[in-house]
Design a protein around this ligand. Structure first.
Ligand SMILES: Cc1ncc(COP(=O)(O)O)c(C=O)c1O
Length: 375
């Protein structure tokens, strides 16, 4: 059997990883400023992460959601404590798209409506409902048509207000920071305005923090920068540091009932152990302040590079707008300097999404390599 080839591949096979570095079969070291697509939050194979998962597996790796599983309770308690969303509830699933599916469904159950307001260039995943609210015509089949979705320009509060006034909206879905679009931030005023409008029109405000959450921006969730609370938050990527897990955080206004949501694997013992280890490492190693500190350092040093015309984002979720060929820069960083970075929909923009455990050495290596390539 052959693989169904949907991914263009770099000719590199990582076989080992540690902290901010990955290694191929020949032992070549690569610096990871891509985080395996924004997934590696606390560093590759962190010893606490490895020992927590190994220890859990030696006890019990999986049983169904029909029995008590206190690893889920421990995870929910720790997440509430660290995120500041103590009084909210947690539904566990397996990926970002699945988290978004459940969030949209809850908004529709709650309001009885089906129309969703989403934003231009936004990305929310590739399953049925998630793709319906994703502004990516090339990814969609007929099945994922835009019926019931209205795309609005980011940061245009009047457009949101006019759409909500039509009275049939279930929810508004917005990324904490748009990732795949090229690290584009909603302004604080806009997020605060959305909060007010969602309350006024009784629409559910869904913050998709699949990419921007779990500390990457220096706040636990990116929207907390605007000091607002969401009704529903979706999470995945950094949540498991590579172990597949997703989650939906729901305000107490949403009432659970048996059978309302469900999944076979969501919240399994191993996934919960992995995510709990991530939270413990974030706390023990002060990774929110680390993300902020090294994000500020990168912005300060990279903004001095002539051919970088703009830097977007915060913490360790940064977009470098390159005055020239961004795609070529990304390939030479990888081939010559052995540094992984991320691309996005816009070929002039490079995404930086390193593990939150990086330090000065890693930042300096990247800055020097970029300076050399753009001189
Ligand atoms: C903001 C956002 N939402 C949802 C998803 C989908 O997550 P997954 O690939 O785990 O289904 C992604 C993936 O990149 C994302 O960036």
């Amino acid at each position: 059997m052959n693989l169904f080839e949907v991914y263009p591949l770099f000719p590199i096979e990582p076989v080992k990883a540690s902290g901010s570095y990955v290694y191929d079969k020949e032992g070549t070291e690569y610096l990871d400023f891509y985080g395996g697509h924004a997934v590696i939050s606390v560093g590759h194979s962190h010893p606490h992460y490895v020992s927590k998962i190994t220890d859990q597996l030696s006890k019990i790796g999986f049983y169904s959601n029909s029995v008590i599983n206190n690893t889920q309770v421990d995870l929910a308690n720790k997440l509430g404590e660290i995120s500041g969303y103590n009084d909210y509830n947690l539904f566990l699933c397996n990926s970002g798209a699945e988290a978004v599916e459940n969030a949209l469904k809850m908004a529709s159950f709650h309001t009885g409506n089906s129309r969703v307001l989403a934003f231009e260039k936004g990305f929310h995943g590739r399953t049925g409902g998630a793709l319906k609210v994703t502004d990516g015509p090339k990814m969609k089949s007929e099945f994922n048509g835009d019926i019931n979705t209205t795309y609005l320009p980011l940061n245009d509060l009047d457009a949101v207000s006019d759409a909500l006034a039509e009275g049939d909206v279930a929810g508004i879905i917005i990324e904490g920071i748009q990732g795949i679009a090229g690290i584009i931030e909603p302004t604080n005023d806009f997020l605060q305005g959305l909060r007010v409008l969602a309350n006024k029109y009784e629409a559910v405000l869904i913050l998709d923090e699949v990419q921007s959450g779990f500390g990457r921006t220096g706040d636990f969730f990116a929207h907390q920068h605007a000091e607002i609370k969401a009704d529903i938050i979706t999470m995945a990527k950094g949540m498991g540091n590579g172990f597949p897990i997703g989650g939906v955080v729901l305000s107490p206004a949403f009432k659970a009932s048996f059978g309302l949501l469900g999944t076979t694997y969501g919240g399994n013992h191993l996934a919960c152990a992995a995510s709990l280890a991530v939270l413990e490492i974030i706390e023990n190693e002060s990774l929110l302040s680390n993300a902020k500190k090294w994000g500020d350092y990168l912005i300060e040093n990279l903004s001095k590079v002539n051919k970088i015309s703009k830097i977007t984002g915060r913490g360790l979720m940064l977009g470098l707008v390159v005055n020239g060929d961004g795609k070529a820069l990304r390939s030479s960083l990888l081939s010559k300097h052995k540094i992984f970075t991320g691309g996005c929909g816009n070929p002039n923009i490079l995404r930086l999404l390193p593990p939150m455990t990086i330090g000065k050495k890693e930042c300096d290596l990247l800055v020097e390599a970029i300076k050399e390539e753009l001189k």
